[in-house]
Ligand binder design. Structure first.
Ligand code: CA
Length: 244
């Protein structure tokens, strides 16, 4: 009985201790410490990313323009480079809202030359669109920019929709390039004849560690926010002062 009583008493003690432990669980502070440490790391990570995004990044040199399309005066003192993707909605926004300001303020005045470097962040459609652009640049260079603008214009509002097809690209070519040979264009496109030019762009994307589209450079300086036109203007003015 006594043994039995002890057992009951022990059970009670265990139960009481168990219930006490569940209220003052020693693991709980450990969990909070772990959560706090993780939160701290996340905050530090976010801050460092924030700082990284806040400041411009200066590279040793402006991306090579060899084989790239130039919009504006070829010998303009300042180069603005867009790392962009025809499939990217933000690039369409940049093309429609920032580019026209850049054009009227600087490109039309011979102060800036602009180029577009394919940045394939959206899979097969990006790849196909970039091949089309490079094919037009190689075969019908004087119509490249017309085709480039038309391609962005063709991008639908629905971001997930598949829209870059050989058929659409051939249609755009027919609409915007006088006397284009449709069948030859399709053949060049499907045979990936312009792939070496796309590869050159891919190398530049890697070399300049491009993480987002669009990414905008003014000469050798990568801007933190491609949509901040005032910052773009300030960067151009600063570089203009340096060359004058
Ligand atoms: Ca290119």
């Amino acid at each position: 009985m006594a043994r039995g009583g002890n057992t009951v008493a022990q059970k009670r003690t265990k139960t009481n201790r168990g219930s006490y432990q569940s209220k003052k669980n020693p693991i709980r502070p450990l969990i909070w410490v772990t959560v706090a440490v993780i939160a701290l790391f996340l905050i530090i990570g976010a801050l460092s990313q924030f700082q990284q995004q806040q400041g411009p990044i200066t590279f040793q040199e402006t991306p090579s323009l060899e084989g790239q399309p130039i919009f504006g005066e070829a010998d303009a003192p300042i180069t603005v480079v867009e790392f962009g993707d025809y499939k990217c909605p933000s690039c369409k926004y940049w093309e429609e809202h920032i580019f026209p300001q850049l054009k009227s303020d600087y490109i039309d005045h011979g102060k800036v030359r602009y180029t577009f470097i394919n940045t394939l962040f959206h899979g097969e459609e990006s790849a196909l669109a970039s091949l089309a652009g490079e094919t037009v640049l190689a075969e019908y260079p004087e119509y490249f920019w017309r085709f480039h603008h038309a391609l962005f214009e063709a991008q639908p509002q629905s971001h997930s929709e598949q829209w870059v097809t050989v058929e659409l690209l051939a249609e755009l070519a027919e609409t915007h390039i006088p006397n284009v040979d449709r069948e030859q264009f399709i053949q060049l496109l499907t045979q990936k004849s312009a792939q070496p030019a796309v590869d050159v762009d891919n190398q530049l994307v890697e070399q300049y560690n491009v993480q987002l589209t669009p990414s905008i450079m003014v000469n050798n300086v990568m801007l933190p926010d491609p949509f901040d036109y005032e910052a773009l203007r300030a960067a151009i003015e600063e570089q203009l002062e340096a060359v004058q």
